[in-house]
Design a protein around this ligand. Structure first.
Ligand code: ATP
Ligand code: MG
Length: 429
């Protein structure tokens, strides 16, 4: 272990060998968002603590024990965002985007939760968020789900299961909540400490327990589906019809309740059997009460968030991950004159219309060590120029990934020759 400053537990560096996969996922998602009419919004990492208390709920796990909150120099309590929706809605309200309008938005970036770090669960993690504000019907719930399903397909990720449920309205939920408290109180002996605490504060979260000892009790609990009000039941039925028509498979999951307090009606989750215990890749739902709760006029809304770390792991496992970019050409240069002229020739190569990637040797070294660097760089061609070539106005070209012999060309022909060789390589010649 180095004596340097240690990284913070649960906060990862994403190293150069990994960033290509992140860029790949982000690029595919960015294109899909645009194709479905979702516009990007970027909001601050910091918000007033009050925002998350009011939206996620004072009694939620996130607000009770997972937030990174601190006082700024003015004594104001600020919090690093633990999720994206609250900030997006706040931004919509602050900027008048929600006034008699519909918005399809997406947002990406780092989130912070003080959780117990383990595989797939970190203290800084990244999400992509999609939110549709101002739409009440099940059509938009379906659209959002189909968008996520297309994202898995385009990334080559299989084996994901969609689970859906409806939580009804706050009124129908209150009735169900009472039944649930009744039921769990009667089975209090079988509850673990966490669940006993939740019995008062947030009984629906007991259904979310991952403790296998409680599986039996949870299985026997009343089902929320039996307590749905008529309109919510209809909304849920129509959502299922949209998904059926589109050929999007799902499982009904009456125990799926989601961790945030603000959900109403539709909730859903995509889970994978390839991620171990942290199996949720994407989750979301409808939050019709949130905009009003944050001071706006009542406005229906629905959205989802996906966990980038978990999705990136799935892309890697599927063998579909992009490789780090390699240069086309490595320029080996020996001697003063060659170094000065080489930099100019490299720029001429980069001026060519085919976006040639050129890495120039920098900092000297023998030809032997430079050619080692060229090989390690993954470049297809090494260009070699020493005093001799400089004087003769030529340059040597050495193919690094085939047995073809080294050749020589005039410096003024270099750009054309390199383009030809790279094009022939592309064509597999
Ligand atoms: P989980 O049940 O895994 O705790 P959650 O219900 O807290 O997830 P959300 O708040 O809905 O998750 O976040 C959406 C997605 O973000 C999750 O499905 C997951 O992929 C990812 N995610 C959530 N928390 C973390 C974390 N601490 N580290 C990595 N990814 C996370
Ligand atoms: Mg969680």
């Amino acid at each position: 272990m180095s004596k340097g400053i240690q990284p913070i537990r649960g906060m990862n560096d994403i190293l150069p060998g990994q960033t290509a996969i992140w860029q790949q996922v982000e690029a595919v998602a960015r294109v899909l968002f645009a194709r479905y009419g979702y516009q990007e919004i970027r909001v601050p990492l910091l918000e007033r603590t009050e925002l998350f208390k009011r939206s996620i709920g004072e009694l939620s796990d996130i607000v009770m024990k997972e937030m990174y909150s601190f006082e700024d120099r003015n004594g104001e309590s600020l919090t690093l965002r633990p999720e994206g929706t609250a900030g997006i809605v706040r931004a919509g309200l602050s900027n008048g985007l929600l006034y008699n309008q519909q918005q399809r938005l997406w947002c990406g970036g780092a989130m912070f939760r003080y959780e117990r770090p383990q595989k797939g669960r970190y203290r800084q993690f990244h999400q992509l968020d999609a939110e549709a504000l101002g739409f009440a019907g099940p059509d938009i719930d379906a659209e959002l789900i189909l968008l996520s399903a297309r994202l898995w397909r385009e990334l080559g990720v299989g084996g994901l299961t969609l689970k859906i449920n409806s939580l009804g309205t706050p009124e129908s939920r209150a009735v169900y909540r009472e039944k649930l408290v009744e039921y769990f109180s009667a089975h209090a002996d079988g509850l673990d400490d966490d669940s006993r605490r939740r019995l008062e504060a947030n009984p629906m979260r007991i259904l979310d327990s991952k403790n296998p000892d409680m599986a039996g009790i949870i299985d026997g609990a009343p089902s929320i589906t039996d307590y749905l009000d008529q309109e919510s039941a209809r909304h849920f039925e129509d959502l299922r019809r949209y998904l059926d028509e589109a050929g999007c498979e799902y499982e009904l999951a009456p125990r799926l309740v989601r961790g945030l307090d603000y959900y109403t009606r539709t909730v859903f989750e995509w889970v994978s059997d390839k991620l171990g215990a942290q199996d949720a890749v994407c989750s979301g739902g409808r939050y019709d009460g949130l905009v009003e709760q944050l001071g706006g006029k009542p406005m229906p809304a629905v959205g989802w968030a996906l966990g980038m770390e978990r999705l990136v792991a799935l892309v890697e496992q599927a063998g579909c991950a992009a490789k780090p970019a390699v240069p086309d050409v490595f320029f080996a240069l020996l001697g003063d004159q060659a170094e000065f002229r080489g930099m100019r020739l490299a720029e001429e190569l980069r001026d060519a219309p085919d976006d040639i990637a050129v890495v120039c040797n920098a900092g000297g070294g023998s030809f032997k060590s430079q050619l080692k660097r060229a090989d390690r760089s993954g470049a297809r061609l090494a260009l070699i120029m020493g005093e001799e070539e400089c004087a003769a106005g030529t340059i040597a070209i050495k193919p690094l990934r085939s047995d073809e012999p080294q050749q020589s060309c005039e410096q003024h022909e270099l750009v054309e020759r390199v383009r030809q060789l790279l094009a022939a390589g592309e064509a597999g010649l």
